[in-house]
Design a protein around this ligand. Structure first.
Ligand code: 13P
Length: 275
């Protein structure tokens, strides 16, 4: 089971605030010796290069919240996956519900983005999740299946892929999924990946949606929850670090309880490390 923690800053922070937050996160990770926790920061694209340079040499990687397929072209306002990779970022988010619903991104476009990102050397966090009305109509599994099936088709580099389960009703609402709801969805997603021939047991499946220091431990304690994609609580170094501490405590305990020697983590960890 893979661990991964990610911060999605969305459209927040002025430049000096972003730099301070990066510096605070960097020193907290150094001070706490969290070298074994693969962590990715997704700042607004404006701060990408600065973030890469500030976090160089750390286990903290940088990703873009969005990218466009292709290298160059007449696509005003867009930034290509190739440009993102050339700036030193290692990750990109694809399929976030805010892109699906506010910007109308189709499964066809998401598939192009995901494949192009991987082709350019980027790892992808592919986000899936149902709306409240879909959940209430009993369609959660159908929606998750469709989001996985229609986008993860053809040549997918599984070692460059993590999934984030982000129920839309939990994003920014203060209402998080219960540990049981998260576990049910994550186990289902893992079974879908398995059925597609992916190395599902080693793929990180992150939970996102109102993740806070107060609820992180119980959510991370679930067998199929490998980490988190944190929005609002990642905008303060203290709360993001507190969530990191929950992940480290919870999953270290799980790993010690299993048969795997913590040292034997290393090759797998680097396979899915943040870098
Ligand atoms: P919140 O943590 O603010 O609910 O956002 C979750 C999210 O959308 C992360 O991508």
């Amino acid at each position: 089971m893979r661990r991964l923690l990610a911060a999605n800053w969305k459209m927040h922070l002025y430049p000096e605030e972003a730099i301070s937050l990066l510096q605070e996160i960097r020193s907290l990770w150094e001070r706490n010796g969290w070298q074994t926790l693969p962590t990715v920061i997704f700042p607004p694209i404006l701060y990408l290069r600065e973030a890469v340079s500030l976090l160089r040499g750390m286990t903290l990687a940088v990703g873009a919240q969005n990218g466009y397929p292709g290298e160059f072209g007449a696509f005003t306002g867009e930034v290509s996956m190739a440009q993102i990779a050339a700036c030193g970022a290692k990750w990109v988010l694809v399929g976030h519900s805010e892109r699906r619903y506010y910007f109308g991104e189709s499964h066809e476009l998401l598939q192009q983005k995901l494949k192009d990102a991987q082709r350019r050397g980027l790892s992808v966090i592919y986000c899936v999740g149902e709306t409240l009305s879909q959940r209430e109509a009993g369609q959660t599994f159908d929606v998750l299946s469709q989001q996985i099936e229609e986008v993860l088709q053809g040549e997918i580099l599984w070692e460059k892929l993590a999934i984030a389960y982000e129920p839309v009703w939990a994003i920014g609402t203060g209402v998080h999924a219960t540990p049981a709801q998260a576990q049910e969805a994550h186990a289902f997603i893992r079974s879908l990946l398995q059925a597609k021939g992916a190395p599902a047991a080693s793929m990180p499946i992150l939970y996102g949606g109102s993740l806070k220091p107060e609820n992180a431990s119980e959510i991370f304690s679930q067998a199929d929850v490998d980490g988190g994609l944190v929005g609002g609580a990642s905008l303060k170094s203290e709360s993001f670090a507190a969530i990191a501490a929950c992940l480290i405590a919870g999953k270290d305990h799980t790993q010690l309880a299993g048969s795997r020697d913590p040292q034997s983590e290393a090759p797998l960890e680097s396979e899915h490390s943040a870098h």
